[in-house]
Design a binder for this molecule. Sequence first.
Ligand code: ZN
Ligand code: ZN
Length: 209
Amino acid sequence: MKSFDQLLNESVERHGHLCAGQVIGVRMAMLGCRLVGIEDPKDATYAKKLIVFVEIDRCATDAIESVTGCRMGKRTLKFKDFGINAATFLNLDTHRAFRIVSTERSRELCKDFAPTGVDPKRQQIEGYKSMPDELLFDVRQVQVSLGEWDMPGPPRRHSVCTRCGQMVRDGKEFKVGDETLCGPCSGESYFYPAGAGNSVESETLVGEA
Ligand SMILES: [Zn+2]
Ligand SMILES: [Zn+2]
């Protein structure tokens, strides 16, 4: 694995700016790989051996992607939308998995680990860089159930929606009575026909009605 500074530089380049999230994400990914015994996640030896579950779609997630090379397009990055600055690292060979949570206390501790007299943003970045893992993270060994349909590799099943004819891959179809339905036809949808705004109350609708 490259050095922290090298990995941070790469991550910042990709992300577009240096921020606390890049520092936390790079450190989280380096620790996660080490805990599950993956020395260099981008080495061909480890191709598709590492699965990372991220729990938030914010800055640190970009850093985790950058360090590990795990991506949604390879099915090696999974997104669980919990709004928590945490990630779980799973080695598919050994089934060892660790969940790492960025602690709330670390925010307050930054000032103790940063040079004095720097501006608050710099203080945060420098603090997160130098505080020990035990203060920055809570780490727990966990078990992760990764279903057959969520594994990397070619799709294991193709189904056709009996209502609209849409092809559905990877076992993501819904059985409703006798029917095999795609997500939208089953009502599991995130979008609505334009003009249906009145029936949706608590969501903000974006797009023209
Ligand atoms: Zn950022
Ligand atoms: Zn359908």
